[in-house]
Design a protein around this ligand. Sequence first.
Ligand SMILES: Cc1cc2nc3c(=O)[nH]c(=O)nc-3n(C[C@H](O)[C@H](O)[C@H](O)COP(=O)(O)OP(=O)(O)OC[C@H]3O[C@@H](n4cnc5c(N)ncnc54)[C@H](O)[C@@H]3O)c2cc1C
Ligand SMILES: NC(=O)c1ccc[n+]([C@@H]2O[C@H](COP(=O)([O-])OP(=O)(O)OC[C@H]3O[C@@H](n4cnc5c(N)ncnc54)[C@H](O)[C@@H]3O)[C@@H](O)[C@H]2O)c1
Length: 480
Amino acid sequence: MTAPHSPEERFDLVVIGGGSGGLSVASVAGRLGLRVALVEASGELGGECLHTGCVPSKALLRSARVASLMRRGPDFGLLAQAPEIDMGAVRRRVGAVVERLQAHDDPERFRAYGVEVIFAAARFLDPHRVEAGDRVLHGRRIVLATGSAPAVPNIPGLEAAGYWTNEDLFSVAEAPGSLAVIGGGPVGVEMAQAFRRLGWAVTLLQAGARLLPAEDSEASAVLRAALEADGVAVRTGARVREVVPGHAGERHALRLADGTEARAARLLVATGRQPTTAGLDLEAAGVRLDDHGAVAVDRRQRTSARHIFAVGDVCGPYQYSHLANYQAGVVIQNAVFRLPARADLTALPRVTYSDPEVAHVGLTAAEAERQFGDVEAHRADFADLDRALAEGEETGFAKLVFRRGRIIGATVVGPHAGELLPQLTQAVRGRLKPKDIASAVHAYPTLAEIAKRAVEKYYGERLFQPGVKRLVGWINRLVP
Ligand SMILES: Cc1cc2nc3c(=O)[nH]c(=O)nc-3n(C[C@H](O)[C@H](O)[C@H](O)COP(=O)(O)OP(=O)(O)OC[C@H]3O[C@@H](n4cnc5c(N)ncnc54)[C@H](O)[C@@H]3O)c2cc1C
Ligand SMILES: NC(=O)c1ccc[n+]([C@@H]2O[C@H](COP(=O)([O-])OP(=O)(O)OC[C@H]3O[C@@H](n4cnc5c(N)ncnc54)[C@H](O)[C@@H]3O)[C@@H](O)[C@H]2O)c1
């Protein structure tokens, strides 16, 4: 039933959802002078990335990394120091980082840009009218940016057992115990390593055949070995069939499809996301969903109702904060400047912030092989790189994928892999040739040299051939 409303208010743009995508659209449109309303249900801006996603997970991983380095003291000629873990103190640090960044998403900042910030749950009354609390907002154009929520599998006994998702995880203050992580995607991998390094006994249960199944298979293998070296019990092909009560400290027993069991005191469900569309009355607006329950959009981010756009997790096709921001830029061009800009995801980077990090852009070697056939891939290992050895961080590699003399994909697994990605993102985006990387001088000794090393492998095969040797001999005989 519709609440009694005050008279309808007219806006050029109504943005629903104040997370990464919605904030980007609203702030730019407001600063460009449009009349913008931003509706956010939760009572604070920032969305998942700030409160229960990217930011707290990276802050937690940092504490875990410091704990790991303390244990690794002897690798660097220092006394080993077993870290004393105080989960309450770790939680406070995570909270402090979130709070510092919350200042960027202060509603007053957006109001100063000319954005009307309304804290209420929005729903459509018709294609142009949105109800927000007791207000009715008429949007000439509307942007859906309502994000996603954890997708929890229907496993008998799971609800009764009780479990954490990313929404609970960053409030955990209890002393380390045992944790079973269900799901071996980015959330499962990052959090399994973080909790293990913070003293928890962790079992990582991945239904698929390998961790991070979207990544290069060698990357998955290196990551698995690194997690196991940390002490995470990694089980792949592990489908949880049922959760039943366990004993004493290990309160839960997870029965797997292969007849074995895993036990833990706490459960973390990290099995993917579902787009947040419930309660929006999208039918009233004529907005259709795709087969996965996400809002269907075209490459201009337009939904089936052409004046309504969508960005971020609610439409996908991937779930990254930087993708939501990129799509926001496409919406600004279409909805504000009326340019027919299209999203191009050919060079969309992604990073899993485990140690080693797994960073990727473009096509993996397997994808390129399937798509084109005539591709080659070359790999350089951090174990052969001077700076990696100096840092004591020699796990991992860079693998570049080439087709017809162009770089079409890159995977980097290793120290600060995410920071090494931009030059490779530019290469894939600009369809650069290997020589564009080879001819650039890279400072020595840097980890970024790894890309050049992989390119040298590409040239190595071509350069040190009998024909080239003959040519060099001929030039040196003939030219004085
Ligand atoms: C543990 C974890 C770690 C992650 N780490 C990374 C990372 O390192 N890097 C990365 O790029 N991505 C990461 N992600 C993904 C990233 O958080 C999301 O892709 C990103 O937050 C999506 O932004 P969004 O704007 O689409 O949605 P959100 O940030 O979820 O914002 C949606 C907003 O809409 C509001 N809303 C929902 N319904 C309504 C309604 N009816 N009316 C009004 N408001 C509504 C919600 O309250 C919310 O504030 C991580 C995710 C998780 C779970
Ligand atoms: N660093 C980052 O950029 C980052 C970090 C975390 C999350 N994210 C985003 O958040 C999204 C969600 O991440 P996620 O890891 O929850 O989801 P995901 O879909 O990427 O991975 C979930 C994994 O769980 C496994 N799984 C599913 N059901 C299972 C079951 N019943 N038992 C055991 N395993 C099961 C699947 O095989 C899959 O590999 C990702 O798509 C990612 O884009 C990004």
